[in-house]
Design a protein around this ligand. Structure first.
Ligand code: ZN
Length: 217
């Protein structure tokens, strides 16, 4: 798992390019994000951006959701709703990939976490969407405004025990946005559709009204 840090501002944002090995759509966004970030005037002085390429390299190679041991790296965090067993692992952060990400997040203490996933389109429902956990409704709406991806709150989805959203967003109270790209679509198109939205939520300089909205929720 490589990660790199760009910028030196007080606002800390972590981007995670992939968790599920069979959801590779975020790969191009991850490649282009650093360059796009430094092109926004003054942003490097406002934000420290940590880009994590992908936490599941084995899954990426084998095109499996879980890691090489079959554990879902988005169900392996010490959230209050963690459930042991099966694809969730024997205990929280039992997997080295989840443990590495856990330590990176604890150490960097971010103001915002962004994670790229993708989903196979259902008969009903959007082809792609933005989901959030924790105090991130305003940021999700900002993302939606720029990308036209609809906001789908976690309450409208199946429970996700031990997920990153449960741990970081709900338990720790750190805003986390989960981008669900359209599974199997062109990764370049995924990036182009969401570039402006990603940069808008990373750049907090115009987001005061959204923070107020979130607080009122
Ligand atoms: Zn996923």
């Amino acid at each position: 798992m490589w990660h790199r840090t760009i910028g030196s501002g007080p606002r800390r944002v972590v981007w995670i390019g992939g968790i599920h090995g069979d959801e590779s759509e975020g790969i191009t966004a991850t490649k282009h994000l650093g360059e796009a970030f430094v092109e926004v005037s003054g942003l490097c002085k406002e934000v420290t951006l940590i880009i994590v390429e992908d936490i599941n390299p084995d899954g990426r190679i084998h095109k499996t959701r879980g890691n090489a041991r079959g554990v879902d790296l988005n169900r392996n965090y010490p959230a209050k709703n963690y459930k042991s067993g099966g694809s969730r692992g024997a205990k929280p952060i039992s997997e080295p990939e989840a443990e590495a990400l856990y330590h990176l997040l604890i150490k960097s203490d971010p103001h915002l976490v962004l994670v790229a996933h993708s989903w196979g389109r259902r008969k009903k429902g959007p082809r792609a969407f933005i989901n959030f956990d924790g105090p991130a409704q305003g940021l999700a709406e900002e993302f939606s405004h720029h990308s036209k991806y609809p906001v789908v709150p976690s309450s409208k989805m199946h429970g996700t025990p031990g997920s990153l959203g449960s741990f970081i967003g709900i338990d720790k109270g750190i805003p986390i946005l989960t981008i669900e790209y359209e599974r199997g679509s062109d990764p370049q198109r995924c990036w182009e559709e969401t570039k402006e939205a990603i940069l808008a939520v990373i750049d907090d300089r115009n987001n005061d009204e959204h923070l107020i909205k979130s607080a009122d929720k």
